[in-house]
Write a protein that binds this ligand. Structure first.
Ligand SMILES: [Cu+2]
Length: 169
């Protein structure tokens, strides 16, 4: 049996929360498996953090948004729907790497939110695809996204728009 050193857990949690910030790559590039970043979290209820989207130029048809969700409730939940005023359509996607390093995207019906754990949509893994963008999105903008859950009430989150230069570090 391993002895748990007191004080070590907060450090690990902080590192995992920060991971989406450091994670690299666009939805068509490789990256860490964000779904592996599950660790204990505390609510109350469903709490969203690290909500951001990639900047998009005028006429650019698509972009992607990412976020981290802590399900601090006692029961499992799931993110089952998203809506975004600045796009004709928004849906959950999952990027998977095939042999030969070719990335492909599939729609995913929901993001599972196990009770007491973090779940992330991060570059290289899950993302919210924003299709049919109706305008440009630049750093400093504060677009709002609605998130629908199986159990928890809907939440509105303000997305941070991150510049192209930050996207490909
Ligand atoms: Cu996608």
């Amino acid at each position: 049996m391993r002895i748990q050193k007191p004080g070590i857990r907060p450090v690990i949690i902080a590192a995992l929360v920060a991971a989406p910030v450091i994670a690299l790559g666009a939805c068509s590039q490789d990256g860490a498996d964000s779904n592996a970043a599950a660790t204990a979290c505390e609510g109350p209820g469903v709490v969203v953090s690290e909500a951001w989207m990639r900047a998009a130029r005028a006429q650019q048809p698509m972009s992607a948004a990412y976020l981290t969700v802590c399900n601090g409730a006692d029961a499992d939940d799931a993110l089952i729907g998203v809506s975004f005023a600045g796009a004709q359509h928004a849906e959950l996607h999952q990027t998977t790497m095939k042999e030969g390093g070719v990335a492909s995207m599939t729609t995913s019906p929901e993001l599972a939110l196990p009770a007491g754990e973090f779940a992330s949509l991060a570059p290289g893994g899950g993302h919210i695809m924003l299709m049919g963008l109706e305008k440009a999105f630049e750093p400093g903008d504060a677009p709002v996204m609605q998130l629908q859950f199986k159990n928890a009430p809907s939440i509105e989150v303000v997305l941070e728009v991150r510049a192209a230069s930050e996207q490909s570090r």
